[in-house]
Every structure is written in C-alpha cells, then in structure tokens.
Design a protein around this ligand. Structure first.
Ligand code: HEC
Ligand code: HEC
Ligand code: HEC
Length: 420
C-alpha cells in the first residue's frame, strides 16, 4: 500500500496526552501481563514490535526490513524513517538500552538530536521500561543492514531539529502509562495499548495546526491520509456506540465483522499489526474503547428531496447489486452502508475515497482472501458522487451532513497526485 498512509502522522503530530490525571501511581505490572520477568525477552519484543507497527514505517517499498528509508509525508514536508537494524555504523547497533529508551520516551537520538514526531514517540513515551527493553532485544536479533539514513525534507525553521524542543515543551506529555486503580486490569491493559504502542489517536484524533492531537478528546475522529478515521468513542452514528465488544475484537483480528470492513490505512494497520495481537489483548482494547463516552451529538441539516431522488437512482445503478436494497449489505461479503459509522462519520472522506478508488478488505491469517470493491472514479463525476454520498449518508435512517462536489474534487485531486 502507499506510503501516504501516514500523512496524518504529521510532523507535529500529536501528542497522546490522553492519560488521566495520574494521581495514583498503580502497579505497572498490571498492564504488562505478558511480560516475562527480569530478563530481556526478544520473543516478547517481537510481539510488541508488531503491536507498535514498527516494521511498516521502518521498511521502504522493496527495502530490507527495519532498514528505514520509507517516506513519511507530513503537511510540513517529508521525513524518512531511519535504520533501526543493529548495524553499528548506519543503524542502532551501538545504542545502549538507555539510548533507546530516551529515543522512545523523549524523542531524542543517541547523539542528542531531536527526532520529529512523525516517529510516534508522543505515544511510545507511555511504554514501560521493560517493554522498551524487550523491543530493543528483538531488534538486536534482526540482520544488520548497512543503509545510510536520508535527511528530512523540511522548510526552515522546522529543518532545525532544535525547534522540536519547543514543540515538546508545548505538547509532549512525557512518561509511562499510569494505571487507573479505579478501573480493572483489563481496562488498563487496553488503555496502555491504545494510548501507547498502538498510537491509535495518531489517526483517530483531531489535530491542531501544529499537528498535536486534541488531548481532551483524543479519539473523536481525525483525518488519516485521504480517509477519515471515525471516532472510537461511544457515538451511535460516528463512533462505536452500536458495536459490541466482540465486534471490535473481530474487526481488529480480521479487518471485518458483521457491520464494517477495514479499508485504506486501517486495512494496513490490521494486516501489519492488530491481527497479531492476542485475543485477550484485542478484548482489552475493546473493553477500553467501549468505556469511552459519546461526544455531544451534532444534528446535521437534512438533504433536499431532489438530491435524495437523484442519489437513490445512482445507488440503484452502481451500488445496489453488492450493497443491496436498503443498504443492508450481505453478511460475510459486502458491508452494510445502513447504520455504518464509516458512512455517517463527521467527515465524508472515507466514503468518497471508497467510491473513487474502490477498496479492499485486508487479507489476514483469519481470512486469507481480501474481497475488493471496484473504483468509480472514471464512471461518476464529482457532482454525481456528491449526490450519491449525500443520499447514502441520509437514507435508511442514516443521518449526516451532505457532501458537495468541491469536497469530491479535492479528494480526487489528492488521490491523483498520490498515484504519481
Ligand atoms: C508512523 C511511522 C512510524 C512508526 C509506526 C514507527 N516509527 Fe520509528 N521513526 C519513524 C520516523 C519517520 C523516524 C525518523 C524521525 C526523524 O528523523 O526525526 C523514526 C525514528 C526512530 C528511531 C530513532 C532512530 C535514529 O537513528 O535516530 C527509533 C529508535 C525508532 N524510530 C524506533 C521505532 C520503534 C521501536 C517502533 C515501533 C514500536 C517505531 N519506531 C515505529 C517513523 C515511525
Ligand atoms: C494509520 C492510521 C490509523 C491508525 C494508526 C489506526 N487507525 Fe483505525 N481506522 C483508520 C481509518 C482510516 C479507518 C476507517 C476505515 C474504513 O472505514 O474503511 C479506521 C477504522 C477503525 C475502526 C472502525 C471504526 C468504524 O466505526 O467503522 C476501528 C474499530 C479502529 N479503526 C480501531 C483502531 C485501533 C484500536 C487503533 C490502534 C490500535 C487504530 N484503529 C489505529 C486509520 C487508523
Ligand atoms: C462489486 C461489488 C461492489 C459494488 C458494485 C460496490 N461495492 Fe462498496 N464494497 C464492496 C466490498 C467487497 C467492500 C469491502 C471492501 C473494503 O471495505 O475494504 C465495499 C466497501 C464499501 C465501503 C466501506 C464500508 C466500510 O465499512 O468501511 C463503502 C462506503 C462502499 N463500499 C460504498 C459503495 C458505494 C457508494 C457503491 C456504489 C458507487 C459501492 N460501494 C459499490 C463491494 C462493492
């Protein structure tokens, strides 16, 4: 998949300053159940590296695993991931455990230079010392690859790495996860994974002008590349209000369930990362997410009858064969569009992108074939897609703001550029 997936993980991207007040420091062993004890475990580290999705960012297309060089585009410029193989001259072979811990926790490299938050250290700072140690132990077992890092392409003054000290001062909430003793061990384990290694709010959170995530509402939905990552809070339309715990467990394991399928950036997250989480860890995440309250509901204006009529005709011609009459979908094959949060999300980008370029469910261990949806970019113009999207967002009991042709045009242009 394309390297743009992390466009949302912007330079300034986002601090998961999510953590609660931290008034009580609870036993961190609660959240590290799987941790094997006092000695570094490369095997446990391998598990954590998947949970943190390190490999997909640190591997270039057709490049050696973990040798870096993948372009991570941000609204500010392009940053390249670095070589984290144990090569001594170009990788991190010479780094001590403390050097590595400092990079993960403070975003500072061994020689003292500041790292850009395109590297998710604002989240990784929540990871316990033992887990960081195990991650390094695993990376140390990887083949050393000699590959020199590429310099970031950023305009002044962002090109001065020291500028990140200011950013950190404003947005970095440093420190390991502190368990909330009022909550269960399972809830805390889920919070630890979501706010730390999983860096879910990097995409599912709203970012400010500096790319930092809104710390009071970290999972209320946010842009991820050319898609919109819906809210993971309790909303009934844009959110997980209608999802059961089991729905979330299934989705993270296979990229699909009875009510939704994972496309775009989320397909890659499932494929590279969450499908490898143990069932208890996926369940812990589900328990945590289901505890998040719904944000204030917004009631959008209705769509005029003419638009609804034209949209219904376009739906019949182009979509109904698969997504069925009434938008019900077909279990196991085509996701429903009725009641769907991807469809009713605050921003229509996921729906528009799916129509323009089609979509593919990830192939996973649980489900090795990935069903595909065709692209409609060449068959429907911007006005038609806007009407169709407005209709789908308001048919069958759905309700969400309408879409105008300008929104479709701008996403079409972005997709065109990404493919060049
Ligand atoms: C969203 C993409 C992304 C993910 C996910 C990611 N990284 Fe990175 N990482 C980067 C980028 C980009 C840089 C370079 C930042 C810079 O140059 O300032 C980086 C830098 C680093 C560095 C600093 C190395 C050096 O030579 O300066 C370390 C260590 C590191 N990452 C480890 C990890 C580990 C471990 C994980 C998984 C737990 C991980 N990264 C996940 C993008 C990512
Ligand atoms: C790189 C960006 C990115 C990251 C990181 C990410 N997501 Fe997503 N996620 C998305 C996008 C985009 C969608 C919408 C996909 C679609 O509908 O096809 C999505 C959809 C979802 C959905 C379905 C929501 C719905 O209402 O349909 C769930 C659940 C979810 N993500 C959970 C998570 C969890 C848990 C994490 C962290 C472990 C996570 N995501 C990390 C981008 C991301
Ligand atoms: C040939 C069958 C087919 C047709 C025709 C089709 N789709 Fe799909 N659609 C799929 C499949 C399969 C998926 C699941 C792929 C995925 O999400 O990765 C899907 C996924 C989607 C999703 C994402 C749902 C989610 O939960 O994230 C949306 C939105 C969507 N389709 C809308 C449409 C619209 C609108 C049309 C008409 C323009 C249409 N589809 C036509 C097969 C089809």
């Amino acid at each position: 998949m394309n390297a743009l997936r992390h466009i949302a993980i912007a330079l300034a991207l986002a601090v998961a300053t999510v953590v609660g007040t931290g008034t009580v420091i609870a036993n961190s062993a609660d959240v590290q159940r799987a941790s094997p004890g006092p000695h570094a475990s490369a095997e446990h580290g391998r598990y954590l590296v998947r949970a943190g999705d390190c490999m997909s960012c640190h591997t270039a297309d057709n490049g050696a695993p973990f040798a870096g060089g993948r372009a991570v585009p941000t609204p500010f410029g392009t940053i390249y991931s670095t070589n984290i193989t144990p090569d001594r001259s170009t990788g991190i072979g010479d780094w001590s455990e403390d050097d590595f811990y400092r990079a993960m926790h403070e975003g500072i490299a061994r020689d003292g230079h500041h790292l850009y938050p395109a590297f998710p250290y604002p989240w990784f700072t929540r990871i316990s010392r033992d887990d960081v140690r195990d991650i390094k132990a695993y990376l140390d077992t990887r083949p050393a690859v000699r590959q020199v890092n590429r310099a970031p392409e950023l305009p002044w003054p962002l090109s001065v790495r020291g500028a990140m000290a200011v950013w950190n001062g404003m947005y970095l909430d440093e420190g390991v996860y502190r368990a909330d003793p009022a909550k269960s061990a399972q809830w805390n384990r889920g919070a630890y994974l979501v706010r730390g290694l999983g860096h879910c709010s990097a995409c599912h959170g709203d970012k400010n002008f500096a790319g930092a995530v809104d710390k009071d509402h970290p999972l209320n939905g946010g842009f991820a590349e050319n898609m919109y990552a819906p809210a993971l809070t309790g909303g009934k339309r844009d959110g997980l209000g209608q999802w059961s715990e089991q729905d979330i467990v299934d989705y993270l394991g296979s990229g699909r369930n009875a009510i939704a399928t994972a496309g775009g950036a989320m397909a890659e997250v499932v494929q590279q990362s969450t499908q490898y989480l143990s069932e208890p860890d996926r369940r812990a995440i589900a328990v945590y997410l289901k505890s998040l309250p719904a944000p204030k509901a917004h009631d959008p204006a209705g769509i005029d009858d003419e638009t609804m009529k034209r949209g219904a005709a376009l739906y019949l011609d182009n979509c109904e064969a698969c997504h069925m009459r009434g938008g019900t979908g077909q279990a196991g094959a085509f996701p429903p569009l009725k009641n769907s949060s991807a469809v009713q999300a605050a921003e229509p980008d996921t729906l528009i992108t799916a129509i323009l370029q089609g979509d593919r469910v990830p192939a996973t261990q649980a489900d090795p074939t990935g069903l595909a949806m065709p692209a409609f970019a060449d068959r429907l113009d911007d006005g038609e897609i806007a009407e169709l999207a407005s209709y789908i967002r308001n048919a069958w009991g759905n309700r969400a703001a309408g879409v105008d042709a300008g929104e479709v045009r701008s996403i079409r242009n972005t997709l065109r550029q990404a493919h060049h």
